[in-house]
Design a protein around this ligand. Structure first.
Ligand code: HMG
Ligand code: MG
Length: 302
């Protein structure tokens, strides 16, 4: 089976990664992280979210961060917008892409965005319409496509149902997210195939958390289906405030090491990426949560 020859990674560290940090991370640090990621060759960066600061205080500085970054041509900067209020705030900061975020499980939809799946689609529809009218791209994140912290296992049919609804309101591409990192390769492939019933292969991405250490295996399983868009977090930052116990996203360093080894082009300089991960980890007072970064930093030190 031939794998894709090129992979595009969205680093979601500044948003998905940092949103769960208890201590406020200064906007200047978030801005520096974005700059280091683009310097390492990332062509897509999920910068922040325009959500309620009562729900996710860490993202309250969305405007300051978006205003503070120096954008590079050819880099796509995306932000999360759960509703029109969030979209209107985001619009002022001119993101290249907005992300509406739904869930394949009802319970997670309620806990994360305080509404049912059907209600979320009603909220997203005018956001999608307004974004497309403004020439802004639209991505749809689909949480809990394999398992849910409240409902347990999630059937692929639930993923297909959500993907169909997102397609119906004009969402251009979707992320198949294993929010709590419980998936194993065959289950993840089933979730992806359910999304592929509604979207083409270029418009489906993999978003894996590494809670059970399966994220790289799941990445390879997705590559085998032809998926070539992935989301990961530098230094393995992250976790979702509404998914207790879930660890961070798979580390971008680990994914890039895997892809480099497979001869798949990412356009990312692993050494500079490791530097970016070391930078943010130092700021957070910990070591990078990435096996590849740890190995490379040890090698440098030794
Ligand atoms: P709600 O309480 O139902 O909203 O929250 P509401 O419309 O009833 O408004 C209540 C208050 O929130 C009002 O303020 C609104 O103005 C305000 P008040 O009058 O009480 O002072 N408000 C907002 N403020 C700022 N920005 C907004 C906004 N909307 C309303 N956009 C809401 C609904 C969606 C706002 C809330 O549930 C929320 O903010 N949720 C965010 C949850 C979140 O960010 N989760 C993490 C991201 S998802 C994730 O990490 C998973 C992902 O990575 C994929 C994966 O791994 O699975 C994507
Ligand atoms: Mg996530």
């Amino acid at each position: 089976m031939s794998l894709p020859t090129r992979v595009q990674i969205i680093d979601v560290g500044p948003r998905d990664g940092l949103q769960n940090e208890k201590q406020p991370v200064p906007a200047a640090v978030k801005i520096e992280l974005v700059h280091r990621l683009q310097a390492a060759g990332l062509k897509e960066i999920e910068v922040t979210s325009y959500v309620s600061p009562k729900w996710v205080p860490q993202m309250a500085d969305n405007h300051e961060v978006m205003e503070g970054i120096t954008r590079l041509p050819g880099v796509r900067y995306s932000v999360l917008t759960p509703n029109l209020k969030g979209f209107e705030a985001a619009l002022a900061d001119a993101p290249d892409e907005i992300v509406v975020f739904g869930a394949a499980s009802e319970a997670f939809s309620q806990r994360n965005i305080n509404c049912s799946i059907a209600e979320s689609i009603e909220r997203f529809a005018p956001v999608v319409e307004a974004a497309l009218a403004a020439g802004i791209r639209v991505r749809g994140a689909m949480s809990c496509t394999v398992g849910c912290p409240y409902e347990g296992e999630v059937a692929p049919a639930r993923v297909g149902y959500l993907a169909g609804l997102l397609k119906g309101i004009g969402v251009q591409r979707v992320d198949v997210a294993d929010t709590i990192g419980v998936g194993t390769p065959r289950k993840v492939q089933n979730a992806i195939e359910a999304a592929l019933a509604h979207y083409g292969i270029d418009d489906v991405s993999g978003h894996f958390h590494d809670t059970y250490g399966q994220a790289l295996a799941n990445t390879l399983a997705a590559l085998e289906l032809g998926v070539w868009n992935f989301q990961s977090s530098v230094a393995g930052l992250g976790g979702c405030p509404y998914a207790k116990g879930a660890t961070g996203n798979v580390a971008t360093e680990d994914v890039v090491y895997l892809l480099d080894g497979l001869g798949i082009d990412t356009g990312i300089d692993l050494d500079r990426l490791v530097d970016a991960g070391a930078f943010i980890s130092t700021e957070l007072g910990r070591k990078p949560n990435s096996r590849a970064a740890t190995a490379l930093l040890n090698k440098r030190a030794g």
